[in-house]
Design a binder for this molecule. Structure first.
Ligand SMILES: *Cc1c(COP(=O)(O)O)cnc(C)c1O
Length: 390
């Protein structure tokens, strides 16, 4: 082996020893409530395809139609030759979903975060960030060069204490997930906006998991909490409930105009894929026209929580489709996952560094596609697997 291969293999071996090694599972068919892995059908409780749209006839047809009209690629960055009318239409609809003037698309949510944060703040500025924020926010904060202070999860007293010397800084940004991706709880956005107002700070919300899921019209966590007009920077993805791929920022016309000129991850990358944009437009139509999908989803979340509790499995209260089952150590999380898989159920084990050490878990997520029978089957299997590995 080359010295590179030897050195890297030693490091990945170390991960394996600590039960932190990651590998991809190859899927042989498009997943829905079932996944097809290694020649087997598994009941899936881990996808972000909350409304079941990714693989729906509407999205497939819309993606195909977009490719037929616009081709396989956009041919350039948005500021050169890549600004297809399709993208402007999608941005207008995303702005409407979020109740904002304008929106800006990025090829992925991760990229939207690492492009937007450094465009807004830099050295001499201050960011306050929730301890459980998504990795893309953490990376965007680091890249910005601003001073980053992390407050305890949803603890605004701690955040206020960290803002005492705010006047020493130029800009100040409060950054939070709307729905926390590994815990399924939600930020208290009105309280965060109060804090921001008192300290001349701006608020940015990553609503990857709330978009299309929460709020009367699927607008997300801010809509659900009546805080749409108080959040300065709405960040969402097309990749979860909307069943496609891509990220976006929505906000004032001035914010979006500024990002056109300042967000390097927008300026120096090729425009998104037409197929993804076409699929996302079809998903937005489904979000508008099929509110029953959101009702089915929230009903499934309530039922799975109740079903787990009835079998003695502790889970936190919540209004989102994400239900964490804490198991503690990474090794046990893998053991529980393996037992479930042997019974034909796939629930991803989430380990550090995605979650803090000692809080490895099964991250269950429900979708509108699950039947009541699926939910009860999974609750039974989880309770049994936990008992067998206790
Ligand atoms: C998935 C996710 C992202 C990243 O979105 P992608 O479009 O998958 O890159 C950002 N924030 C949160 C909270 C997420 O769960």
């Amino acid at each position: 082996m080359s010295s590179l291969a030897l050195e890297l293999a030693a490091e990945t071996d170390g991960l394996r020893e600590r039960s932190l090694y990651r590998r991809m599972r190859r899927q042989d068919l498009a997943p829905g409530s079932r996944a097809f892995v290694d020649g087997r059908e598994l009941l899936l409780f881990g996808s972000n395809n909350y409304l079941g749209l990714a693989n729906s006839p509407q999205l497939r047809a819309a993606a195909i139609a977009a490719v037929e009209r616009w081709g396989g690629g956009a041919t350039g960055s948005r500021l050169t030759t890549g600004n297809l009318a399709l993208f402007e239409r999608l941005e207008a609809e995303l702005a409407e979903l979020k109740g904002q003037d304008a929106a800006l698309l990025f090829p992925s949510g991760y990229q939207a975060a690492v492009a937007t944060l450094p465009a807004l703040v830099r050295s001499g500025d201050l960011i306050l960030s929730d301890a459980l924020n998504h990795a893309c926010l953490i990376d965007g904060c680091r890249l910005s060069g601003a001073e980053v202070r992390v407050y305890r999860h949803r603890d605004f007293e701690h955040a206020a204490a960290l803002l005492q010397d705010r006047q020493r800084f130029r800009r100040c940004l409060l950054v939070t997930d709307g729905v926390f991706s590994m815990d399924g709880d939600v930020a208290d956005l009105p309280a965060l906006c109060d804090l921001a107002e008192a300290h001349e700070a701006w608020v940015m919300v990553d609503d990857a998991h709330g978009t299309g899921v929460l709020g009367d019209s699927g607008g997300g966590t801010a809509e659900q909490q009546g805080a749409r007009q108080r959040v300065d920077i709405h960040f969402g993805t097309l990749s979860k409930a909307l069943g496609s791929v891509g990220g976006f920022i929505a906000g004032s016309a001035e914010l979006i105009d500024y990002l056109h000129n300042r967000a390097r991850g927008f300026i120096f990358t090729t425009a998104p894929n037409p197929a993804a944009a076409g699929a996302a437009l079809a998903a937005l139509e489904a979000v508008r026209r099929q509110p029953d999908l959101r009702e089915k989803l929230s009903g499934n979340g309530r039922r799975l929580r109740a079903s787990l509790r009835a079998r003695g499995v502790e889970v936190p209260d919540g209004i989102t489709p994400i239900i964490p089952v804490l198991v503690g150590e990474a090794e046990r999380a893998l053991a529980v996952m393996a037992r479930l898989e042997a019974k034909g159920i796939w629930i991803p084990a989430i380990r550090p560094p995605t979650v803090p050490a000692g809080t490895a878990r099964l991250r269950m997520s429900v979708t509108a596609e699950h039947s009541h029978h699926d939910l009860d089957l999974a609750a039974d299997a989880v309770a049994t697997a936990l008992a067998e590995t206790a």
